[in-house]
Design a protein around this ligand. Structure first.
Ligand SMILES: Cc1cc2nc3c(=O)[nH]c(=O)nc-3n(C[C@H](O)[C@H](O)[C@H](O)COP(=O)(O)OP(=O)(O)OC[C@H]3O[C@@H](n4cnc5c(N)ncnc54)[C@H](O)[C@@H]3O)c2cc1C
Length: 454
């Protein structure tokens, strides 16, 4: 079974599980459902809404922020008119069928967003194509999909008990190879490869597009999709600045918000990241197993520190680079935008992101510019603007996306996807395409399907 088939098969069992009482909340479900409250206007909430509206169900979305889109968050830097950068989700993957279908439906153009990676380690800069891993490591990387496919289910499942770093050491990666993979792969998981579930990591690399889903982006910014979905749904159904504080369920669901407003419906879909979900008072309380799973799941610390430059001194439109400095990773955030100047996005993960976010602005600028020196020399004269968005401190997610560690991929997700009485759950953290916009869309649609199934 492919990773992506695992949850789909098991998720079909959720309504039945809830009915026989595996959840500790016993609430009689009374079909037909006429109204649903959705917490969150990210891609999971918007996708669930569309599916429910198609069936004539009344939907109200309650959104804590003053904007829709959640972790899809495009930004137009003031000092670089005409440019758009992404402070949240960046790439649309070539395998992300639902997301691509939505872009087609709304006539949004997808443009190439692939990069060729330079590497700077120990002050030595190597251009893309001029660096390689050792022979054994290169061979494994080239054949990872066939190696994965040749494994039995039991062998794959056993990988959840270990981490990606250990698997690579067992596959003959030497110290230098491991250092390169740590820099590259931690940009995907948002934390060190010493901590990520070996199953989740191997499956991600074996089952993704050759460019690991870093393929495309929406011309004009990924938030264009959010705008189109909001327009299609009707902006009047999305109540901004409505942070849900209390949820009680009996014959229906009652919700109250921080601003004092209250709402009622037959069912609820909560798409809030787990940090936010845990700040809500649930009556009756969530099941012990559900709470245990919530307490166990971490989110990746990713910070984006874009620098607006008056000149594209990096020359290649498809420039990106990993470095062994706290600045970690750079990519050209305004690829092919054909405007004067451009933006290099400094993208740091884990402790590095924490450090960059907490030091002074001067220290941060020095760290970022120093990291660029081996490749480009002193580029300080080109700096027009410095931006920062640190997802580790985002008020509603406290991280960029869920991070599944050892022994968590095959267990926690299953638990967190189970409905609790009349409340269903969605969000990237529950999806096969976990950590992606595609996953958020799929999970929203699946939660709506659960409700429609009764
Ligand atoms: C830095 C970064 C880089 C990323 N890169 C990529 C990428 O390249 N490609 C890709 O496909 N994906 C990427 N992602 C992941 C992608 O952004 C997410 O998977 C997706 O947007 C999550 O959607 P969601 O609906 O599950 O959650 P969200 O977008 O977080 O939506 C949940 C919503 O619930 C709201 N909410 C929370 N609590 C409450 C409450 N109590 N009451 C009311 N509302 C509440 C939040 O404000 C939010 O709007 C990235 C994410 C980040 C942060």
């Amino acid at each position: 079974m492919k990773r992506r088939e695992f949850l789909k098969k098991t998720s079909l069992a959720y309504p039945a599980l809830a009915a026989v009482g595996t959840s500790e909340i016993f609430i009689q479900k009374t079909p037909p459902v006429k109204s649903v409250i959705i917490i969150g206007s990210g891609l999971a909430g918007l996708s669930a809404t569309r599916k429910l509206l198609e069936k004539g169900i009344k939907v109200t979305i309650l959104e804590a922020r003053n904007r829709a889109g959640g972790r899809v968050f495009s930004h137009k830097p003031t000092t670089a008119p005409g440019n758009v950068i992404e402070l949240g989700a960046e790439w649309v993957g070539a395998s992300h069928e639902s997301l691509i279908a939505l872009c087609n439906e709304f006539k949004l153009e997808l443009v190439d967003n692939r990069f060729q990676s330079d590497v700077t380690i120990n002050g030595q800069h190597a251009k893309a194509g001029a660096w390689k891993m050792g022979e054994q490591a290169e061979k494994f990387w080239e054949n990872k999909t066939s190696i994965w496919e040749a494994m039995t289910e039991a062998e794959k499942n056993a990988l959840d008990k270990t981490d990606w770093w250990r698997i690579l050491t067992q596959r003959g990666f030497n110290e230098k190879d491991l250092a390169i993979r740590e820099l590259l792969d931690s940009t995907d998981f948002g934390e060190s490869i010493r901590h990520v579930s070996g199953y989740a990591a191997f499956a991600e690399y074996a089952e993704s597009s050759p460019n690991n889903e870093m393929d495309l982006k929406i011309r004009g910014g990924n938030s264009m999709l959010i705008d189109k979905m909001v327009e299609a749904i009707g902006a009047d159904k999305i109540l901004l600045n409505h942070q849900v504080k209390n949820i009680s369920q009996d014959k229906g669901v009652k919700v109250s918000c921080e601003n004092g407003k209250t709402f009622q419906a037959d069912r609820l879909i909560c798409t809030a990241p787990t940090w936010s979900l845990m700040q809500i008072n649930w009556m009756p309380v969530l099941s012990a197993r559900y709470l245990e799973a919530l307490n166990a799941l971490q989110y990746a610390r990713i910070g984006k520190f874009p620098m607006v430059f008056s000149e594209k001194f990096w020359e290649r439109e498809d420039f990106d680079m990993v470095t062994d400095t706290p600045a970690h990773y750079f990519y050209h955030g305004t690829k092919d935008q054909n405007t004067t100047g451009g933006v290099l996005i400094c993208y740091a993960t884990g402790d590095k992101a924490d450090v960059l976010a907490s030091v002074s602005k001067d220290q941060r600028r020095a760290i970022i510019l120093d990291a660029l020196k081996p490749a480009f020399g002193d580029v300080s004269k080109y700096v027009n603007e410095e931006l920062m968005y640190y997802w580790g401190q985002d008020a509603f997610s406290r991280g960029a996306y869920a991070f599944y560690g050892k022994n968590q991929w095959l267990t926690l997700r299953m638990e967190l996807g189970k409905p609790q009485g009349l409340c269903h759950f969605a969000g990237e953290h529950l999806a096969d395409w976990q950590g992606f916009m595609e996953g958020a869309i799929n999970s929203g649609e699946e939660a709506a399907t659960q409700i429609l199934a009764g």
